[in-house]
Design a protein around this ligand. Structure first.
Ligand SMILES: Cc1cc2nc3c(=O)[nH]c(=O)nc-3n(C[C@H](O)[C@H](O)[C@H](O)COP(=O)(O)O)c2cc1C
Length: 202
């Protein structure tokens, strides 16, 4: 039986545009994998801890690792268990929201999810598909409909690099852009994201 990890991280919780479209992606996956189990981790409901002094000491000096890594271990095990990941995130200041950054700092861990080798970092997790659903007030994949230049995008390259670091290469992005520009623009954005989803999962 396949396991889907649904990670959502908007401070708006289940009402968020990203969370709602992420749920659609999960539903689509469940239609394909009829008996798939879904683990929903809502980072707004249970925020991951920011890297603490004890966590840093465990990473750097290997002090009291078991206690310091308890939360990290739980989040990594959840990810390891998943055959497919759906990550729903808003764009915050051209990048990921703080809640998602905290999760990243918990799961990207030397000697556990990546190894440091003479030729660089090597991912230690098995590859699996990750569907990243992004919701943004403006446009970043290309110019806005009125022709304004796209915003800087640190979100997609960042998440691609993070997942590659731990061994996950199959990362797909589905963006809903222009979400703060009125209901009509939002409806168009969601229609476009659904078409992209149809193309990914015909
Ligand atoms: C703190 C903060 C920062 C934001 N930064 C950006 C940004 O850099 N670019 C952008 O297009 N929208 C930005 N937005 C708008 C959100 O991306 C947009 O409202 C999005 O649809 C929210 O998604 P959600 O409903 O899933 O939370 C920002 C919103 C907040 C609250």
């Amino acid at each position: 039986m396949a396991t889907i990890l649904f990670l959502s991280c908007s401070p708006r919780g289940a009402d968020a545009i990203s969370s709602r479209f992420g749920r659609e992606v999960v539903d689509r996956l469940q239609q394909r994998e009829r008996d798939a189990a879904v683990i929903h981790r809502d980072l707004s409901a249970t925020p991951p801890s920011p890297a603490s002094r004890a966590f840093v000491a465990a990473v750097v000096d290997r002090v009291d690792e078991e206690a310091a890594f308890a939360e990290s271990e739980q989040l990594i095990k959840e990810l390891e268990q998943a055959d497919i990941v759906v990550l729903a995130t808003p764009m915050h200041n051209f990048s990921v929201p703080a809640l998602l950054k905290a999760w990243v700092d918990q799961i990207v861990r030397i000697r556990r999810t990546f190894a440091s080798t003479p030729s660089g970092k090597e991912g230690l997790l098995r590859d699996r598909p990750v569907y990243v659903v992004i919701s943004s007030g403006g446009w970043f994949t290309g110019p806005s409909p009125s022709g304004a230049l796209p915003q800087p995008d640190f979100l997609r390259p960042y998440l691609r690099t993070i997942f590659k670091t731990i061994g996950i290469l199959q990362v797909h992005f589905l963006a809903s852009e222009g979400t703060t520009r009125g209901d009509d623009v939002l409806a168009l954005a969601l229609a476009q994201a659904r078409r992209a989803l149809d193309a990914l999962m015909p």
